[in-house]
Write a protein that binds this ligand. Structure first.
Ligand code: MG
Length: 383
């Protein structure tokens, strides 16, 4: 996806999530957000970028085991280490874990889950020993009356974010003597070294208080819509499985898998919304692995693919056309099963059923069909 820069030194990311979460009320790094710990979302952009070879996760002692489990699911070599008493101390623990060949390091806060590939690309291609994202201040600044009051000029003042990208040797020098600072860029400035700034992103929110989770939800990183359709023939001697529920019926759906038209329509809607190829590409009908397959399991696999693209499901709306039998009594069970697979509450899934009023092949009970519309929400800023 992202282009590799020429001559770039071996690059690792150090993701720092060892804070006690005092202002947040609990461990931030392992707070579950859209089905995964915040630190996993923070790490994902580095897993996706071709220029990043590996990672070090710096976590609280009590999160070590969870972090090791998480690292085991990553596609790049990932080391895990317990943090120190301060952020700067935690960064030093991370630096100490870097493999020998690593010449460049991106320091990133586990509490920033919305780094875009565009931001990462601009940081990694800036070709300078210290590259930091910054944003202008738009609010006026006032000093607390207890500190003398008055206002503070915002002239020439910037907000800085992570990831911050450093020449490894420079950052190690900046950390020599175990200094303390709010960010690593400050330590490099103390050395008198030159800092190159790139444009930061408003969406690159740092989760500090529980209120920030609300900001995260509405970070404006985009929604996508997808549509899917599926139809299967109805024949005697087959099961009728709809939305993961087997419904007693004299006619069942003919298909290679369990022929669950609701799941199949949903899968195509999800894949379409994420801009991925269709269901036949991932689960070919002539592949013996999918003979009699449980379509709810296939749906779960699609949700994982969509999540890897940076999206979670917002809601899903399905319409089933089936002449008989009535599916109303099974609707709640279907919603529960589908909502679980999609990572939603049951009210996030709608299943509407209608007959075809005896018209056409569906009305003559020759087939069963379903349409689905889904909304995806980006939980990773898109490049
Ligand atoms: Mg199908």
């Amino acid at each position: 996806m992202a282009t590799a820069s020429r001559h770039s030194p071996e690059t690792y990311a150090v993701i720092v999530g060892a804070g006690s979460g005092v202002r947040f009320g609990r461990s931030k790094a392992f707070f579950t957000w859209h089905g995964e710990p915040l630190i996993a979302s923070a790490a994902r952009p580095f897993l996706r970028h071709a220029d990043v070879e590996g990672m070090v996760l710096v976590v609280r002692l009590e999160d070590l085991e969870a972090a090791r489990d998480l690292a085991g699911t990553f596609s790049k070599p990932t080391r895990v280490v317990a943090g120190g008493a301060t952020r700067s101390a935690s960064v030093r623990r991370g630096l100490a874990e870097l493999p020998n060949g690593v010449g460049r390091v991106a320091i990133h806060d586990a509490a920033r889950p919305l780094v875009s590939q565009r931001l990462l690309e601009s940081l990694l291609t800036a070709d300078a020993p210290c590259v930091i994202p910054r944003l202008p201040l738009h609010d006026a600044l006032h000093r607390d009356p207890a500190l003398g009051g008055g206002s503070v000029s915002r002239e020439g003042v910037w907000r800085v974010q992570t990831p911050q990208v450093f020449d490894r040797a420079l950052l190690e020098r900046a950390h020599a003597g175990e200094p303390e600072a709010a960010d690593d860029g400050e330590l490099v400035l103390r050395l008198g070294a030159q800092v190159v700034y790139v444009d930061g992103e408003e969406e690159n929110i740092k989760v500090t208080t529980p209120d920030d989770l609300v900001r995260l939800e509405s970070a404006g990183v985009g929604v996508r819509v997808g549509h899917g359709f599926d139809v299967h023939r109805l024949v005697p001697g087959h099961r009728l499985v709809l939305g993961g529920v087997e419904i007693p019926s004299d006619l069942g759906a003919l298909g290679h898998s369990d022929a669950d038209v609701i799941c199949h329509a949903l899968m195509d809607a999800l894949l379409g919304a994420a801009g991925l190829p269709d269901i036949g590409h991932f689960f070919p009908p002539d592949d013996p692995r999918y003979a009699g397959a449980n379509s709810v399991e296939l749906l779960r696999q699609v949700v994982v693919k969509v999540r890897a693209e940076g999206y979670v499901v917002g809601n899903a709306d399905c319409t089933l056309v089936l002449e008989a039998p009535k599916v109303g009594p099974h609707r709640d069970a279907m919603r529960r099963i589908l909502a679980d697979a999609l990572g939603l509450r049951p009210d996030g899934v709608s299943i509407k059923a209608t007959t075809a009023e005896g018209l056409g092949p569906l009305g003559l009970r020759q087939g069963v069909a379903a349409w689905a519309v889904v909304l995806l929400r980006a939980v990773e800023a898109q490049a």
